[in-house]
Design a binder for this molecule. Structure first.
Ligand SMILES: Cc1cc2nc3c(=O)[nH]c(=O)nc-3n(C[C@H](O)[C@H](O)[C@H](O)COP(=O)(O)OP(=O)(O)OC[C@H]3O[C@@H](n4cnc5c(N)ncnc54)[C@H](O)[C@@H]3O)c2cc1C
Length: 575
């Protein structure tokens, strides 16, 4: 049942209270409520996802950001590595969380990403061989919107049977053909990868997107909605959790027993009791913020803000990792790019009408039809200065994302454009999330530390040159005209670096702000069962516990982690 007002809630005591109906939170809610003996309440700050056009229409995903009714409209603190610019840092604030507003790419990353988690935490349960069943349990392939023959574009045997729908592009563009042709003629630099979700994530392939039947599939549509008719699952939306409630338990161990929330800063606070556990799934920004507001963090910092310390865990809000990205643009001779839809309302409306009537056409597609992860070669000069940060040889160092037009729109002038977004997916830069104030309604201070580590700058230079080499390949001869846009003019390395610092932004992949560490380690925030260290009754399940950031779009890893976490919680309370 869905409620919008605390006074409507039929109960004040639940077995589990899940904070945040986001990507991970909805997996927890759906899986825990499979047991009819468990009662579960989910509290979400955002609005319902239903009927929100930019959430439902895959191609319009980019229109949810930077600041709309479905986002937390965060910005970063000025970024030293980006010429002191502050950059927009939106997160989903809607049922489904960021899975409702993201750009739909589903990439689980190399097996080695998870094996690294196992190594960093000392728990083989996080190794790929043990997580694979949870990957299969998360998503399933469904036909693309245009029902084309997908042989040679995907390896069906490497996919599962879960509720999340995933499909290949359902609206072919002429630039897709050129991207794929480039992998054929220039395969040594740009190998074709038939399925980026087969465990080897190096190479370029068609994007597998979280959509089915031409509509976005999210943790809200795939997990939450089908479970909402269960009598043991209650959902409260449009209410912000202000802190977690704890008391001193047996032997003086702080014990989390409930959650405090309110519908606005000035509204009265309400509390509910969690008989078994509080599950914190507020994401890589929200979860550290709520931990700090609840007295879990660096005790000295907390006292300075007037917050009574409950557990001294200095790692809360530390180790923020994210992928920096920027756009490289070309003017092209193709005449069917999407540029016109943002220049001509009648073209936009025609595409929307097609989607409305048949869930087909451009708007049934995610914003990017092809992408790939590539390695900086072993003989590159960069390796004389830096140690290889990749998890393994089947993981890339940088990413190329291909967009059939000028993105973010609108194009700077008439004509047609092609965009290659370049991202560094093995960043060495580390940042923080800190409280700005003890008010739960004040945004935290977000500092991803972009380009503060020299490796990231050098890797971005490499990625930009790689994108340029891609466009110099034979299939683009006579098609790609001039380079345009802010990075386009830069020629020398020094100029490219300056342009990169002026143009880079986030690809919206923050992780690791409440990271998992070995059970006996003094560092970290949660143990290998995702229980907050030094307290009882509290787990964190979302991207904030990632021990390291995968060289991939992280939503797949969030789903996989949450599927395992749900089993861990079920096992813990099976008696
Ligand atoms: C614009 C954008 C594009 C992206 N594109 C991709 C992509 O193409 N592919 C990909 O794999 N990943 C992408 N990502 C990243 C991916 O979506 C996230 O890594 C993932 O969804 C995070 O899941 P989570 O469960 O950790 O947090 P979220 O899904 O963000 O969930 C957190 C939830 O907690 C709620 N919450 C927070 N604080 C409170 C509070 N105090 N009280 C109540 N509720 C609260 C939030 O409203 C939200 O619903 C993108 C992200 C964004 C923002």
């Amino acid at each position: 049942e869905l409620y919008t007002d605390a006074s409507q809630l039929p109960d004040t005591v639940y077995d589990f209270v899940v904070v945040g109906a986001g990507t991970a939170g909805n997996v927890m809610a759906a899986r825990l409520s499979e047991n009819p003996k468990f009662t579960v309440l989910v509290i979400e700050a955002g609005i319902s996802n239903e009927g929100v056009r930019t959430v439902e229409v895959p191609f319009l995903a980019t229109q949810n950001i930077p600041a709309t009714a479905t986002t937390w409209n965060y910005t970063t603190v000025p970024q030293v590595g980006l010429g002191n610019r502050s950059v927009a840092y939106p997160r989903g604030r809607v049922l489904g969380g960021s899975s409702s507003i993201n750009f739909l790419a589903y990439t689980r990353g190399a097996d080695a990403e998870f094996d690294r988690w196992a190594n960093l935490t000392g728990d083989a349960g996080w190794a790929w061989s043990n997580l694979a069943p949870y990957y299969l349990k998360n998503a399933r392939l469904v036909p693309p919107a245009d029902h084309h023959n997908t042989s040679g574009q995907v390896v069906p045997a490497d996919h599962g049977y879960g509720p999340l729908e995933m499909s290949l592009p359902g609206f072919a563009t002429s630039s897709d053909q050129k991207v794929l042709a480039t992998t054929q003629v220039n395969g040594s630099l740009f190998p074709y990868n038939i399925d980026l979700n087969s465990g080897n994530s190096v190479g370029i392939g068609l994007t597998q997107s979280t959509l089915g039947g031409g509509e976005r599939s999210s943790s809200a549509t795939a997990y939450l909605e089908p479970a909402l008719n269960r009598p043991n699952l209650h959902l409260l939306i449009e209410n912000t959790v202000t802190k977690l409630v704890s008391s001193k338990g047996a032997k003086g161990v702080p014990t989390f027993t409930g959650v405090e929330f309110a519908s606005s800063a000035s509204a009265p606070r309400h509390t509910v009791t969690a008989r078994k556990e509080v599950i914190l799934s507020a994401g890589a920004i929200g979860s550290p913020q709520i931990l700090l507001l609840s007295g879990v963090g660096n005790s000295t910092d907390l006292k300075g803000l007037g917050i009574a310390p409950v557990a001294n865990l200095p790692d809360v809000g530390q180790n923020l990792k994210d992928h920096p990205i920027l756009s490289n643009y070309w003017q092209v001779t193709l005449n069917d790019t999407f540029d016109d839809i943002y220049r001509d309302t009648s073209v936009f409306n025609a595409k929307l009408a097609q989607w409305n009537s048949s869930r087909t056409g451009l708007f049934a597609d995610s914003p990017t039809n092809a992408l790939g992860f590539l390695r900086i070669p072993d003989n590159a000069a960069i390796w004389s200065q830096f140690k290889d940060p990749a998890a393994g040889r089947q993981a890339g160092h940088f990413e190329l994302l291909f967009l059939d037009g000028y993105a973010p729109a609108p194009a700077p002038g008439p004509g047609n454009y092609f965009t290659i977004n370049t991202a560094v997916v093995t960043p060495e830069s580390v940042g923080t999330v800190k409280l700005n104030s003890s008010s739960p309604f004040a945004f935290p201070l977000i500092d991803p530390g972009f380009f503060t580590a020299p490796f990231d700058v050098q890797a971005m230079v490499y990625a930009i040159k790689s994108a340029r080499a891609f466009m110099q390949s034979a299939p683009w001869a006579g098609v790609a005209l001039s380079r345009v846009g802010p990075v386009g003019d830069a020629e020398s390395d020094a100029d490219i670096i300056a342009a990169a610092r002026a143009a880079a932004r986030t690809i919206y992949h923050p992780t690791s702000t409440a990271r998992m560490a070995p059970d006996n380690a003094a560092w970290g925030v949660v143990d290998t069962q995702l229980r907050v260290k030094g307290v009882s009754g509290l787990r964190v399940v979302d991207a904030s516990v990632f021990p390291s950031i995968p060289a991939a779009h992280p939503q797949a890893a969030v789903y996989i982690l949450a599927e395992r976490a749900a089993d861990l919680v079920k096992q813990a309370w099976s008696h």
